[in-house]
Design a protein around this ligand. Sequence first.
Ligand SMILES: NC(=O)c1ccc[n+]([C@@H]2O[C@H](COP(=O)([O-])OP(=O)(O)OC[C@H]3O[C@@H](n4cnc5c(N)ncnc54)[C@H](O)[C@@H]3O)[C@@H](O)[C@H]2O)c1
Length: 434
Amino acid sequence: MRIAVVGTGYVGLVTGSCFADLGNVVTCVDVDHKKIQELKKGKVPIFEPGLEETIRRNRNKRLFFTTDLGKAVQTSDLIFIAVNTPQGKNGEVDVTNVMAVAKGIAKSINRYKIIINKSTVPIGMGDIVTQILIKQGPKDVSFDVVSNPEFLREGSAVNDLLRPERIVIGATRRSAAQKVAEIYKPLHSPILITDLKSAEMIKYASNAFLAMKISYINEIANLCDKVGADIVQVTKGMSYDSRIGSQFFNSGLGFGGSCFPKDVAALVQIGKVNHSPFRILPEVLAINQNQRKLFLEKVSQAVGNLWGKTLAIWGLSFKPNTDDMRQAPSLTILPVLLAKGAKLKAYDPAAMGKAKALIKKVKYCRNPYEAAQGAEAVLVLTDWNEFKQVDFQKLKTIVKQPILVDGRNMYDPQEMAEKGFAYHGMGRGEVSQF
Ligand SMILES: NC(=O)c1ccc[n+]([C@@H]2O[C@H](COP(=O)([O-])OP(=O)(O)OC[C@H]3O[C@@H](n4cnc5c(N)ncnc54)[C@H](O)[C@@H]3O)[C@@H](O)[C@H]2O)c1
């Protein structure tokens, strides 16, 4: 099939290159000229495992990059919209980019097309895109608008796109949904065809549910801290129950990234506007923010007055295996530590380029040991695998004080105690006496 993917961010670039890998001819479109120039030269602007290889295999054969939306629309049968839909002032979704693309498609549409929304958009957006096409497009050209929300996770996006647990396709006409389903057939994953609004709702309801799961377990973790239980044992014991499961169940600094915070806030707004206000979701967001505060309190308890003290920061991205800094806990925590007079030395395997532009007055280091050299405490903000391999004997000889504040519950408290570290996790109770 001939496909256009509009927006070459985490979703669009992964979608475009994977669709090309499946044998389709794909044109990726973006308004960002610099990004497109780089992609044309084979430079990949984001870190995502497997993406560079996928692009390399397909570039200039089945995968092309352009800023010319009109031409991409005219030469494609299917047009995916994968632009960013950021959070507006009151939590609502800012759909400016989706509207701009819809208007651009209306201007250049020359024959029947299927326009597929992959961006996360408020329920009813499919109808708005349809109206734009009807009002601003040529009268004699037909089209279908389809919703195909994306569930990939940054850090494993290529794998998620090629091995999805489900594919949701919402449409007004079944034939349009079936045409879109054809692209996914080689993946042999379950495909659910629904109406437009249900598909749009599935995305929000799923993300908000996962966010709720994280906030729930964080509240249990906070109680574990008070009563002396260990949240890691507790979640393990809960996870054997298949009704509960083990995913998205890690206590710690809470969720971040470009999706969960904005999608929960958006659903809260959608509920309000539709006179069906959520009671549970505002709390999910509040609990999440509070985790950062609790972590800072743990740091102060462990180190005392932070003025003039050097702290090592391990991890800056919002989660491992990505360079994405959007809504990363580090963006809230580091400025507070700096304001309290701490001197920060940070290391992240992938996100330092992006972090440098966002958080100044931090010494960015080449590895976790360099960051820990002379530090009064090591603070773990992202659970990168690299930090699991740390040589704690070596670490102990270079830090000023062997204090570990683990915002991601990466380590075993007892093991850390045996290695001579004062360990502070999130909800680890009295496990060191176990
Ligand atoms: N990042 C994720 O993990 C993820 C997962 C599932 C769904 N989503 C959703 O997918 C959408 C895209 O997210 P993302 O993280 O890929 O965003 P992103 O910010 O990484 O990329 C968006 C891209 O769209 C481009 N763009 C903006 N307006 C444009 C226009 N008018 N024409 C052409 N290009 C335009 C931007 O220049 C940018 O390159 C969002 O709605 C998001 O909520 C994201």
